[in-house]
Design a protein around this ligand. Structure first.
Ligand SMILES: NC(=O)c1ccc[n+]([C@@H]2O[C@H](COP(=O)([O-])OP(=O)(O)OC[C@H]3O[C@@H](n4cnc5c(N)ncnc54)[C@H](O)[C@@H]3O)[C@@H](O)[C@H]2O)c1
Length: 245
């Protein structure tokens, strides 16, 4: 299709916490299919390498890079490495995020601080490093991965919810400041997506190995509700004829 031909895209969090399709991996592969040169960044280099290998196996261009995007010095080195490799940065997809489930009486202070650093500060750091280069190129696009949890109640998830609300406002504030100079900055707010981080955590939290839990998660997504959920459940349970209630 080539909508991204000659563009260079940094995808932060391009790996996956477990085998399968995370948001970052899916976005990286899709960007490459559209012609982008992808700089696949993750703190877990094996996972970033797995994304790179998928892209290369399809004939795309990708470099994998280890970086903890919550650490300023690592971010600066990573951005310099992308410029060394590809000479420009057109897209920054800030996809890194973690969860600590619970309300204010459950979440430990150190976990709150860590989550805010990983989910929010990392996006400030990458924007701070990338924007000067986008300005000198005449523009670029920054996409920050927020969540519906940033605008409404989902479940007791106070730190994550607060962080995703912050991502939304961080994006709006940067977007308005730089729009006239050619840099778009938007946040996206996905609902549930059956990535490994969701399906694996859900099973751990409920102390269940039941695929019905996965079904419960995906069936709560509005588009296509039951048909979509059922088709995903069937893929996870090949040969099964009974749908869980
Ligand atoms: N899956 C969903 O239902 C859903 C819904 C809404 C929003 N989101 C958001 O989408 C994003 C990705 O979620 P996912 O489900 O694909 O999860 P995931 O955990 O599989 O992907 C996140 C990736 O980021 C990497 N990472 C974590 N901390 C890092 C750091 N400090 N530096 C560099 N890399 C780091 C992880 O190693 C992992 O590969 C998150 O921001 C999440 O909040 C997910």
């Amino acid at each position: 299709m080539g909508r991204m031909n000659d563009k260079v895209a940094i995808v932060a969090g391009a790996g996956s916490i477990a085998e399968g399709w995370s948001n970052g991996r899916a976005a990286a592969v899709l960007l490459a299919r559209e012609g982008a040169k992808v700089f696949a960044v993750d703190r877990d280099i094996d996972s970033a390498n797995a994304t790179r290998d998928i892209i290369r196996s399809e004939g795309g261009e990708c470099t994998a890079r280890q970086c903890d995007v919550s650490i300023a010095a690592e971010v600066e080195i990573m951005v310099a490495a992308c410029l060394d490799a590809y000479g420009r940065i057109d897209v920054l997809f800030n996809n890194v995020g973690m969860q600590v489930v619970g309300g204010p009486l459950d979440v430990k202070e150190e976990d709150w601080d860590k989550l805010m650093t990983v989910n929010v500060k990392s996006m400030y750091l990458t924007c701070r490093s990338v924007i000067p280069h986008m300005l000198s190129q005449g523009g670029g696009s920054i996409i920050n991965n927020s969540s519906t949890a940033g605008i409404r109640f989902t479940y007791a998830n106070v730190a994550y919810s607060a962080s995703k609300g912050a991502v939304k406002q961080l994006s709006q504030n940067i977007g308005v400041q730089y729009a006239a100079r050619g840099i778009r900055c938007n946040s996206v707010m996905p609902g549930y997506i059956a990535t490994p981080s969701i399906t694996d955590r859900r099973i751990t939290n409920t102390n269940s190995t039941s695929a019905a839990r996965r079904y419960q998660v995906v069936s709560s997504v509005p588009p296509g509700m039951l048909p979509m959920a059922y088709s995903i459940w069937l893929r996870m349970n090949p040969g099964s004829s009974t749908r869980p209630n």
